[in-house]
Design a protein around this ligand. Structure first.
Ligand SMILES: [Zn+2]
Length: 115
């Protein structure tokens, strides 16, 4: 195990955080979580972090709260923003559906009171 900041291997176990082994670097006193998994975080963790960000939480606060490093969260947010144009593309369809529902609704009203 190496410290991600100073690359010292003078690292000790420092309890658990978010069900992951937490480490403390004796050299620079940085705390970090073991990242032996290649991809790191589950989709649930990613979604949780993005939800926190959408609720107005800052990157530092998210890092403290979830143990996910700031840079990772920033990358996720960037990815999420890149997807927004695709999602906007669906809006016309939703609007059409609303119009349809209004149309069907008004038709029912006419039937109810027209006869
Ligand atoms: Zn260190």
């Amino acid at each position: 195990m190496q410290c991600p900041k100073c690359e010292s291997s003078y690292v000790v176990k420092n309890g658990w955080r978010q069900e992951k082994q937490n480490y403390l670097c004796r050299n620079c006193r940085r705390q970090f979580i073991a990242t032996h998994e290649p991809k790191g975080y589950t989709p649930q963790v990613k979604k949780h972090c993005l939800t926190l960000y959408c609720n107005g939480m800052g990157f530092r606060a998210i890092e403290r709260s979830t143990g996910v490093t700031r840079n990772t969260v920033i990358n996720w947010v960037k990815q999420a923003f890149q997807k927004i144009p695709e999602e906007n593309y669906e809006i016309p369809q939703t609007a059409q559906l609303d119009e349809l529902q209004t149309f069907v609704g008004s038709k029912k009203t006419k039937f109810g009171f027209g006869q």
